[in-house]
Design a binder for this molecule. Structure first.
Ligand code: GTP
Length: 598
């Protein structure tokens, strides 16, 4: 296809503002799928994704659209993951486009992820087409939303398209805007090949499938290609496009989006963000912006039944085939036995991996509470990365410790500014900036330790603002902090999987909170269980769980039937995931109790 008739674009939006629904309407409007055969929300392919309503792994679809000018255009619609954990992947898929449809919910207005995604789109020089979606809702207020788009995002909203992805209003206008407002790709067909990998996936038959955007030159089967970050070379076996099924083709030309397979065995050889060039006529410079996505959050995963250890290892290896950002290595815990230390991009990534392990591989797991990576500077001048609190060197050998910080952006109606500032203060956040982008709306910027965000920050934010505040963050480097390790002892024995790291000023409070929490979740045993928290041998908090007596429920939980039922359900849930630690049976909640404090 003539390069001037190609349009590469993506849709950016805050969660639930209607990105997938709009993508479906665009697919329908181009006849790529008939409404009948259309499975709802085709772009989200994983079952888990559909259930959770979040886009985790992106896809690219090629469509043909006959515009009002009578010409046929090739549309490449690239799906982007919407969550903060996947910022780097979002940024690479944006780099494969010339334009972005910006979807904003007509009732909700601009949210933190809208802002984060628009910033990424700007960095990639994309033409942004604002769309105000869900105008069919009674609560829709397009004029207010236009004002927010102008004030918060600094985008001219006078030409914003009013649409409803549900009823189909505005869809035709959107199709024409893609043709008229988004520029065609500008690469050089005669220059040496440069193609950006914006996603990769493992296929049992073809090996790794790279999703690419050809920037210069072209790719054909039989061609010898080189990955510029690693220097590895392969021969192209197949190229093609998604319609949305995979469809092999003869070549991918300059400006086009599609896939290639080259018998690549490991996903680590085809990293998102890398540049592919021609091995016989290589480009001088790779495309800008490559970096490897590094795990930021670690936790231990242990099979409840030790016999499942090899199954867990195989399952992790399988997931890793499709997920270059997932890392794991064997780990032993005195309390939990043999398991794996796993690294994730963030909390959502961690949740998704755990859920897939349990659901798709039928594993029963205990997860320890997540930890960030601390940089520990020792008195002998060496520096170690510690991603497991149990491995913190003894205090006397430590000179100082640094922890990762994030730059957080929070958007909220103004009545919640007080509670949000209080929450950020409790989490050791440093106030950076505040502005009023629209009447009644406030934008807050804070620097907060990543470790504090892991402890249910998001849930707290939602509950303290009744769901109205939205939040996004990016990593902002390491800073020195006065941190201490707290050990938890059960009947005098330290349980390594329960130790955690916290700020010195918070140590007493958090220690007290966690022993109280543990007292709630540790089931009664035949004997008394003493729970203690200690810093380097010094006990700073203690509680005990009384031994079992008959008729526990009736006695302890009294008359409130709903509360009783809730507790019983909780216990039933807990039953499935009990782990024998010494002589004490501990439920999964015990290992996550550090997350639920504060
Ligand atoms: P993520 O995949 O989680 O990022 O969400 P999304 O932005 O793709 O949103 P999705 O398309 O899943 O839509 C979220 C909800 O809004 C769904 O329940 C849709 O049915 C609904 N929705 C989408 N567009 C419209 C619209 O124009 N009007 C109304 N009333 N509802 C809509």
């Amino acid at each position: 296809m003539d390069q001037s008739h190609i349009r590469n674009f993506c849709i950016i939006a805050h969660v639930d503002h209607g990105k997938s629904t709009l993508a479906d309407r665009i697919l329908e409007a181009t006849g790529a799928v008939s409404p009948r055969e259309m499975q709802e929300q085709l772009l989200d392919t994983m079952e888990l994704e559909r259930e959770r309503g979040i886009t985790i792994k992106m896809t690219a679809v090629r469509l043909y659209y006959k515009a009002k000018d009578g010409q046929v255009y090739q549309f490449n619609l690239i799906d982007t993951p919407g969550h903060v954990d996947f910022t780097y992947e979002v940024s690479r898929s944006l780099a494969a486009c010339e334009g972005a449809l910006l979807v904003v919910d007509a009732a909700q207005g601009v949210e933190a992820q809208t802002l984060a995604n628009v910033n990424l789109a700007y960095q990639n020089n994309l033409e942004i087409v604002p769309i105000i979606n869900k105008i069919d809702l009674p609560a829709a207020d397009p004029e207010r939303v236009k004002e927010e788009i102008e004030n918060v995002l600094a985008i001219d909203a006078s030409e914003a398209i009013l649409a409803s992805a549900k009823t189909g209003v505005g869809i035709e206008q959107i199709m024409e805007a893609i043709v008229q407002r988004i520029p065609p790709p500008s690469g050089d067909p005669n220059a040496p090949l440069r193609a950006l990998i914006f996603d990769s996936k493992f296929d049992t038959y073809l090996g790794v499938i790279c999703y690419v955007r050809v920037v210069d030159g072209q790719i054909k089967p039989g061609q010898r290609i080189r990955f510029m970050s690693t220097g590895k070379e392969f021969e192209v076996l197949e190229v093609g496009t998604f319609t949305p099924e995979r469809q092999p083709g003869e070549m991918l030309a300059t400006g086009e989006v599609g896939y290639l397979a080259a018998g690549i065995k490991t996903i680590g050889d085809a990293r998102v963000g890398d540049t592919i060039t021609d091995a016989t006529r290589p480009a001088q410079e790779p495309l800008p912006g490559y970096r490897t996505a590094k795990p930021m959050v670690f936790c231990g995963l242990y099979p409840v039944d030790g016999a499942d250890y090899t199954d867990l290892r195989d399952a992790l290896a399988k997931l890793q085939l499709n997920d270059a950002a997932l890392s794991f290595e064997p780990e032993t815990s005195a309390a939990l036995g043999f398991g794996f230390r796993c690294g994730f991009l963030g909390l959502l990534h961690m949740d998704v991996v755990q859920e897939r392990l349990e659901r798709e591989f039928n594993l029963n797991l205990i997860a320890t509470s997540p930890s960030v990576v601390y940089k520990v500077y020792r008195t002998d001048g060496t520096v170690v990365d510690v991603d497991n609190p149990a491995h913190m060197p003894p205090p006397t050998t430590i000179d100082h410790i640094e922890e990762p910080y994030v730059a957080a952006t929070i958007l909220t109606p103004k009545e919640y500014v007080g509670p949000i500032m209080e929450l950020c203060r409790e989490r050791r956040g440093e106030f950076v900036h505040m502005e009023y982008p629209a009447p009644d709306r406030v934008l807050l910027k804070y620097d907060i330790p990543l470790g504090e965000i892991l402890m249910d920050f998001f849930d707290q934010l939602k509950s303290r603002t009744r769901g109205y505040a939205s939040f996004d963050y990016e990593l902002a480097g390491y800073r020195e902090s006065k941190l201490v390790k707290i050990d938890i002892l059960m009947n005098g024995d330290p349980v390594d999987a329960l130790s955690f790291i916290t700020h010195r000023d918070k140590a007493y409070e958090r220690a007290r909170q966690i022993v109280e929490k543990l007292k709630e979740v540790v089931p009664r045993q035949q004997f008394e269980v003493r729970i203690q928290a200690a810093i380097g041998g010094k006990i700073i908090a203690a509680e005990s769980v009384k031994p079992l007596r008959k008729n526990v429920t009736a006695k302890c939980y009294g008359g409130d039937i709903t509360r009783k039922r809730k507790l019983l359900e909780k216990q039933k849930e807990g039953k499935k995931r009990m782990k024998q630690v010494g002589s004490i049976e501990l439920p999964q909640e015990a290992f996550l109790s550090v997350l639920k404090i504060g």
